[in-house]
Design a binder for this molecule. Structure first.
Ligand SMILES: Cc1cc2nc3c(=O)[nH]c(=O)nc-3n(C[C@H](O)[C@H](O)[C@H](O)COP(=O)(O)OP(=O)(O)OC[C@H]3O[C@@H](n4cnc5c(N)ncnc54)[C@H](O)[C@@H]3O)c2cc1C
Length: 575
């Protein structure tokens, strides 16, 4: 006999980041039952770390800005393989979502005449990022959380881990999880599920991401039959901290460069003048990250493996007002006063453009009743994401996913859940705890090796030999993973959480590596030294689909844009 609680709801929202919270608001406002689940504490979801701002063409600072220019910047940054319809929706709807967030109570920085302030960011034609100092994510989460809690109609289960989605006759009908706090298993019964579980940055060793970003929702959706796309597209942010080792990878916001910070190598050269004479430090993230990578590789890096970012010329008062979080971060963790000293920075894994394939208008996946949104979903950003477009994405498509899931749930009958499948999953989770004869491998040994492999072989510059070697390592790790065990019970057992995350990480990492092997060109965030050119015949999206225990890869052509949208975008250039 396996014991568990049963929770019945109309819509299950997996994730309490910006995307999950924004979606939930639409469901409660339609008088449907919604349960939100989060691995971490309420208020601690990864979104809280977002710093620089929300991209929206409200044109408060640069009056020439418009949705058309935002659309064009997004398509170009995605190197023409993003979903044009998602880019159009984002560019048109982001301003209203920002004003709505303000009406909900978000306190944005202001222009002298009292409008929402906007700052420059790499790849944006105009100053476009609406921000709250360098703590925009915190303000977004605080505002949305307040709003959801005050409706009184949403059930929030934090410190609760979902391990598997349940499908009945081709439609999702529930999920299995457990509460870290109580140690109890939970079987959720629902009509619709929204996956808002964020990205997978923590499959890499050096990452700016919070520890919860292990690709869980992407892996579970895939196992339930959802297609994934663009899995090779991992964004490296140009500037993460490099020293001391304990904070390696921690983000140094693009806001520093947006506010005037300049990059130098150890010879004192402002090297971006060579790599990008026009846009310099504010070129696209992949361009700046590759430039820093090359400087370090060419021996122009610091002893800790970084370059310098200098904003001292702006003066202490300006820096402490505009970048208070960065000031504190460097002072506290590195003992560096950024008003007087240079920062040491190097690229860090930051964002995942790939994920669950969705319909642009509705956030629906190819599995009935399953919706995906935010960093867990793919399409909008193509081969590269513009800074600020993720917070815009989670507001715009969070709302759309909420409306779609609510509409679906309101008009469908709950499928009958097979409790035997749920119980089998609970037994499987329990078997990680000290099961006789299973083995004694520590899940964190596997995770550590996986992270090392991803960072050393599936990094900024890739090649077929390294990628194939990474795939071999993952195959070996998958075998070894069969022998992981942990001690103790379910309650607050970090080791058990490690077992669950390890499985998901191995699966999504395999999809990343297989897709990276498959794409034989360089485009956006995916650079291959053995295929250095961008190629017309690769203007395709790579799709991963489950085929039993195998991952099938195929390609689909990028749809042609309608003439009126095409006219807004600079033509794509091939060498
Ligand atoms: C340091 C930093 C700064 C950034 N700054 C910006 C910025 O200025 N502008 C911008 O646009 N973007 C920025 N980004 C990116 C942006 O913050 C994220 O892409 C975005 O917040 C993702 O939101 P989300 O709602 O999709 O997912 P998340 O915020 O990642 O939330 C995921 C949720 O899912 C839950 N979850 C995951 N797995 C499970 C599971 N198995 N069971 C239950 N729950 C689960 C998590 O606990 C969490 O609640 C930044 C990112 C970082 C790391």
């Amino acid at each position: 006999m396996v014991a568990y609680d049963r929770v019945e709801t109309d819509v299950l929202v997996m994730g309490m980041g910006g995307a999950g919270l924004r979606a939930a608001l639409e469901i409660v406002s339609r008088n449907l039952k919604v349960v939100l689940v989060s691995k971490s504490l309420l208020g601690k979801a990864h979104t809280v770390m977002a710093e620089g701002g929300i991209a929206a063409a409200v044109a408060n600072v640069d009056s020439k800005d418009s949705w058309q220019v935002h659309f064009s910047d997004t398509v170009a940054e995605g190197v023409y393989i993003g979903d044009y319809r998602m880019a159009e929706i984002l560019a048109k709807e982001a301003p209203e979502r920002v004003y709505e967030l303000e009406r909900y109570g978000a306190l944005f920085d202001r222009t002298p005449d009292g409008k929402i302030m906007q700052r420059a960011f790499g790849g944006h034609t105009y100053r476009r990022l609406c921000h709250v100092g360098d703590k925009t994510g915190l303000e977004m989460i605080r505002t949305l959380e307040d709003r959801v809690l005050h409706t009184g109609n949403a059930k929030l289960l934090d410190e609760t881990v979902i391990t598997k989605l349940l499908a009945c006759n081709g439609s999702v009908c529930g999920a299995v999880g457990f509460s870290l706090r109580t140690g109890k298993f939970i079987v959720f019964e629902c009509k619709a599920i929204i996956v808002a579980t964020g990205g997978l940055g923590r499959i890499y060793k050096v990452s700016s991401n919070s520890h919860e970003t292990t690709g869980d929702g992407i892996a579970m959706a895939f196992e339930a039959g959802a297609e994934l796309r663009d899995m090779e597209m991992v964004q490296f942010h140009p500037t993460g901290m490099v020293y001391p080792p304990g904070v390696r990878g921690l983000l140094v916001t693009e806001g520093v460069r947006g506010e005037g910070g300049l990059l130098f190598n150890t010879k004192g050269e402002r090297f971006m003048l060579r790599y990008s004479p026009e846009k310099k430090e504010l070129d696209a993230r992949d361009v700046v990250a590759r430039a820093i990578y090359h400087e370090i590789q060419n021996g122009n890096g610091t002893e800790h493996g970084g370059v310098y970012l200098d904003i001292t010329k702006k003066g202490a008062a300006f820096i402490r007002k505009k970048l208070p979080g960065m000031y504190e971060q460097f002072k506290e963790f590195a003992g560096v006063d950024i008003t007087k000293e240079k920062m040491e920075v190097a690229p860090t894994v930051h964002y995942f453009m790939g994920g669950i394939r969705v319909e642009p208008e509705t956030a629906r996946t190819n599995v009935n009743g399953l919706f995906a949104v935010g960093e867990a979903a793919a399409g909008l950003h193509g081969a590269n994401r513009l800074g600020g477009n993720s917070l815009a994405d989670i507001l715009v498509f969070g709302r759309r996913a909420g409306i779609s899931a609510a509409t679906y749930a309101a008009t469908s009958v709950a499928p009958k859940l097979d409790y035997r499948e749920a119980e089998a999953e609970i037994s499987r989770i329990n078997s990680f705890i000290d099961e006789a004869g299973r083995g004694s491998t520590n899940p964190y040994e596997i995770i550590d090796e996986l992270r090392d492999t991803m960072s050393s072989k599936v990094g900024i510059i890739r090649n077929g030999k390294d990628l194939n070697s990474a795939l071999q390592t993952i195959t070996v790790l998958k075998e070894r993973a069969k022998s992981v065990t942990v001690k103790g019970g379910v309650r607050f057992n970090q080791g058990l959480l490690g077992c669950i995350e390890m499985e998901k990480m191995l699966l999504v990492a395999e999809c990343v590596v297989r897709s990276a092997i498959y794409r034989k060109e360089s485009r956006g965030a995916h650079t291959r030294s053995d295929f250095p050119n961008k190629l017309k015949e690769w203007k395709l999206n790579i799709i991963c689909a489950r085929n039993g225990s195998k991952i099938d890869l195929s390609t689909v052509p990028v749809p042609e844009m309608p003439e009126e949208l095409n006219a807004l975008v600079k033509p794509e250039v091939y060498a």
